[in-house]
Design a protein around this ligand. Structure first.
Ligand code: HGY
Ligand code: MN
Ligand code: MN
Length: 409
């Protein structure tokens, strides 16, 4: 089927105005004016396309193309929020490709057997609240609603307060969970965020599986003292301890396997002055693997080292896992369908894994999941240099449209 390549790329370009940073990136956190403006814009495009538009109890946005049957629906979409100073394609490419595919079906008078629903899920990145895949955690009923008043951003604003500020009642957040059987399949188009498609000279590919992740917060506490007056042998300085831990994070991932990834992306000393030995140092841990057991072995190795360094240096350490996502293999029938869809558009059906985590990890709890990747220039993502060409967006959107048609038959 035909898609309108100009329209999907024009819309991608239009969304870049919401949350643009001075060096051309984007910062668009959940429940902020930039993210709300982007979401409202997409809601308007969904309405223009003639879809049935709704928001659920936590602000996930949906646009539905009715089918001959009332359900179960095929769900497709992604997210509009970003990491700090991220790129313009991570998330929006999937939301807008899904909208383009469904809008083109409607314009061509195609009525699928089963409904197709375009979703834009809140807070996928976990950039604001220390709980990523937020919207689909609610959608699948896996968010710990008893913590909705406790999980807070760095300004102390809780998820409940953010929901309230946007007209949602946190006490009803659990209503966002959909009944089993609501969806028959979920397909997400996303940028690859690595360099495999580029290395093969392909515009798009079929995702074989999604890595699982554990994110943790560590704090090592010592004693604040004068940086000049305090002799080196009398210090209880947490910063060198953190330095040892950070090197162990890299060592552990390198030694475990090429698919194991471990990152310290955030370090903050308090009080945070050049002439004060820190009282405490906080750091983040992001540990992933396509294999859940290997991921957990990496977490335990790092946690053990963290505790040992704290003890050896006479410090106190806290290590708290904050968010976990499961590793998944994409559904074999959906992958096969993507091979057929690729053949229909003369695209080589190349399968590749995802080191990045995606909403599909959650949605796999309620229906079969598949993903399509489009090429990332230089393999870059989560930075202003993130880029996917209009031609690759068009190729991925065509592959998505052909896949959705087949799944909704
Ligand atoms: O962290 C990730 O893999 C995704 O960008 N949320
Ligand atoms: Mn991302
Ligand atoms: Mn993403």
């Amino acid at each position: 089927m035909q898609i309108n390549a100009a329209r999907v790329n024009e819309r991608l370009a239009y969304l870049t105005r919401f949350g643009t940073t001075p060096d051309g990136g984007v910062t668009r956190y959940a429940f902020t004016p930039a993210e709300q403006a982007a979401t409202n814009t997409v809601a308007g495009w969904m309405a223009e396309a003639g879809l049935e538009v709704r928001r659920d109890a936590v602000g996930n946005l949906f646009g539905r193309l009715p089918g001959r049957r009332p359900g179960p629906a095929v769900l497709t979409g992604s997210h509009l929020d970003s990491v700090p100073n991220g790129g313009h394609y991570d998330g929006p490419a999937g939301v807008l490709a899904a909208l383009e595919a469904v809008q083109s079906m409607k314009e061509q008078g195609i009525v699928p057997e089963y409904p197709i629903e375009v979703g834009s899920f809140i807070g996928e990145e976990g950039s604001r609240f220390p709980h990523g895949l937020l919207g689909t955690s609610f959608l699948t009923g896996t968010f710990p609603c008893d913590e909705i008043d406790h999980i807070a951003d760095r300004d102390g604003v809780t998820i409940a307060a953010a929901l309230r500020a946007h007209g949602y009642d946190p006490a009803r957040a659990a209503e966002a969970a959909v009944a089993p059987g609501t969806y028959k399949a979920y397909v997400e188009l996303h940028i690859e965020q690595s360099g495999m498609l580029e290395a093969r000279g392909l515009p798009a590919g079929i995702v074989s599986g999604i890595a699982g992740m554990r994110q943790a917060r560590g704090v090592i506490r010592g004693r604040a003292e004068h940086a000049g007056a305090c002799p080196m042998d009398l210090r209880r300085d947490p910063m060198p301890a953190v330095a040892e831990v950070i090197l162990e994070v890299e060592r552990a991932a390198r030694e475990l396997s090429p698919a194991t990834r471990a990152t310290v992306g955030f370090v903050q000393a308090s009080p945070g002055a050049a002439n004060v030995i820190p009282a405490a140092v906080e750091l983040s841990f992001d540990i992933r693997d396509l294999d859940g057991d290997r991921r957990d072995a990496c977490v335990e190795r790092i946690r053990t080292f963290f505790d040992e360094v704290s003890r050896r240096r006479g410090l106190t350490g806290e290590f708290e896992v904050q968010h976990t996502s499961i590793p998944i293999r994409c559904d074999a029938h959906i992958v096969q369908t993507m091979h057929e869809a690729a053949a229909a558009i003369n695209l080589e059906p190349f399968e590749l894994p995802s080191g990045a985590v995606h909403d599909g990890a959650n949605v796999s709890l309620i229906c079969p999941v598949g993903m399509i990747f489009v090429r990332s220039r230089d393999g870059l993502s989560h930075c202003p240099q993130e880029y996917t060409s209009p031609e690759d967006i068009a190729a991925g959107t065509s592959l998505l449209a052909e896949t959705l048609l087949r799944l909704a038959k």
